[in-house]
Design a binder for this molecule. Structure first.
Ligand code: DER
Length: 234
C-alpha cells in the first residue's frame, strides 16, 4: 500500500464517525483532503444529510466549496460536533505536532472548539516524543520584527538545541499564513521535557500568535499501517 492509500484508509475510517446533522471541523493537508472528499461523496449520495463544514484553511474551504459541502464558521458555530484532521507527529499520549502545512492557528481554534477531535495518520507519523526528531515545530508569529521574536524563541528553546528558521514561500519570500502572519520553524535536537511548560514559555512571548503542539486535544487517533488500521482513544 502506498502512503497515500494508507492516508485514505485512515480518512475513510474517520468519516465513519460522521452522522447527519453534525457541524464538522474540516482539516487541512493531504490526509484530511481524503476525509473532505469522502464527506462530499456521502452528501452527494444522500448517505449524509444536513452537514455544516467549518474549514480550517482557505485551501480546505476551496475544496469543500467544490464538493458543495455547506460551509460556515466559528462565529456562527462556536461548538463543533466533530473535527477530522491530520498531524505531522503523534506521541504515545496522543499529543500532536501540526502546522507543517501552515494552518495551525485556525486548526487549533476549530479543533479546540470540538466535542470530538479525530486525528488521521499513516503509521509514519507515530513518534516516541514530539518535536525531537529535528523536524519543524511551527510557531506562528506576527510579521512585525519577526527576527526579534525568532531570537526570543531560540533563547527560550536553546536548552533543546534549537535553531529557528523563517518559513519561506514562493520565490524565497516569507510564507504568509491565511491570517497574514509568518511561521518560524523551530528545529530541536533534544526531546522537550514538560511539554505544557514549554508551551507556556512559547506563548508568553508577545510576538507569538500560536505554536504547533496540540497537547491533550485529540480524542481519537486513527493509524493506518501495512498491517491494518489501529484506533487509539484518549
Ligand atoms: O499542517 C497541518 O497541520 C496538517 O494537518 C499536517 O499536520 C498533516 O498534513 P498531512 O496529512 O499532509 O501529512
Amino acid at each position: 500500500l502506498t502512503q497515500d492509500e494508507l492516508k485514505r484508509i485512515a480518512a475513510y475510517k474517520a468519516v465513519d464517525f460522521v452522522q447527519s446533522n453534525m457541524v464538522l471541523g474540516l482539516g487541512t493537508g493531504s490526509t484530511a483532503k481524503h476525509a473532505v472528499d469522502r464527506i462530499g461523496e456521502l452528501l452527494r449520495q444522500g448517505k449524509l444529510e444536513n452537514i455544516v463544514g467549518i474549514p480550517t484553511s482557505k485551501k480546505t474551504q476551496e475544496q469543500a466549496l467544490s464538493l458543495n459541502i455547506p460551509l460556515s464558521d466559528l462565529d456562527a458555530h462556536p461548538v463543533i460536533d466533530l473535527s477530522i484532521d491530520g498531524a505531522d507527529e503523534v506521541d504515545p499520549c496522543l499529543n500532536l505536532v501540526k502546522g507543517r502545512g501552515g494552518s495551525l492557528l485556525r486548526e487549533k481554534m476549530i479543533e479546540g472548539a470540538s466535542k470530538k477531535f479525530v486525528v488521521i495518520v499513516d503509521e509514519s507519523k507515530m513518534v516516541k516524543h514530539i518535536g525531537g526528531s529535528k523536524m519543524a515545530l511551527p510557531v506562528e508569529t506576527v510579521p512585525f520584527c519577526w527576527k526579534f521574536t525568532a531570537e526570543r524563541l531560540r533563547r527560550v528553546m536553546e536548552g533543546y538545541g534549537c535553531e529557528a528558521k523563517l518559513r519561506l514561500g514562493e520565490k524565497g519570500k516569507a510564507f504568509v499564513t491565511d491570517n497574514g502572519n509568518y511561521i518560524v520553524d523551530m528545529y530541536l535536537e533534544k526531546d522537550m521535557g514538560d511539554l505544557n511548560a514549554v508551551s507556556d514559555e512559547i506563548l508568553r512571548l508577545p510576538g507569538v500568535v500560536e505554536h504547533g503542539m496540540f497537547l491533550d486535544m485529540a480524542s481519537t487517533v486513527i493509524i493506518a499501517g501495512e498491517l491494518g488500521v489501529k484506533i487509539k482513544n484518549k
